[in-house]
Write a protein that binds this ligand. Structure first.
Ligand code: FES
Length: 188
């Protein structure tokens, strides 16, 4: 969404231009834009008559606020211990592959921002993927596509490429040869 000073002014007015409502004002701006544009912070400082550095101080203190643009949908993949041992790294890899971004980055179409977190406090559901605040427990690489598709414009996600049957049969032959060498001590 493009920055609109009129919208930010309306938000500030809603809170009577009160300094004590700074947190609520920033929360509403963040809800509108999914981040806090610098122009909006300048306007807030001006209207509330507080130093800009104080506004930045509050904005950078809380994890819920972002000072960089974020996508329409926020995808968070837990990498805490419980999620990690139940396969969270592979789920994260699959989501990176689907969205074609690394954690901390936003897709080119500004649709998704991918983030990681160390424990969401719901370890019984591990591994967990959260999209826009919705928890998807017991996530797997197979389920990852369906989770993202729910929020994706295209609604369909390509399945990961399977290994070619030739590669699989070569692998099997090598395995068979190795076991026969072990038994006989000779190559066949
Ligand atoms: S480790 Fe993922 S929810 Fe606790």
């Amino acid at each position: 969404m493009k920055y609109n000073p009129r919208l930010v002014t309306i938000i500030i007015k809603k809170y009577n231009n009160e300094k004590s409502n700074l947190l609520a004002i920033l929360t509403d701006i963040q809800a509108e834009y999914n981040w806090l544009p610098p122009d909006a912070l300048r306007l807030v400082a001006d209207k509330l008559n507080v130093p800009l550095i104080n506004v930045y101080g509050v904005a950078s203190f809380y994890h819920a606020f972002s000072l960089t643009p974020r996508g329409k949908h926020i995808v968070t993949v837990c990498q805490g211990t419980a999620c990690h041992v139940r396969g969270a790294p592979t789920v994260l890899n699959r989501i990176q592959e689907i969205l074609n971004v690394s954690p901390g980055c936003t897709t080119k179409d500004d649709e998704f921002t991918l983030e990681t977190v160390n424990c969401l406090g719901a370890c019984a559901l591990a591994p967990i993927v959260v999209v826009d605040g919705n928890y998807h427990g017991q996530a797997t690489t197979q389920k990852a596509g369906a989770i993202i598709a729910k929020y994706h414009k295209k609604k369909t996600i390509k399945k990961p490429k399977k290994k070619s049957s030739r590669a699989t049969s070569l692998k099997k032959t090598t395995k068979r040869r190795k076991s026969s060498v072990k038994k006989t001590g000779k190559k066949k």
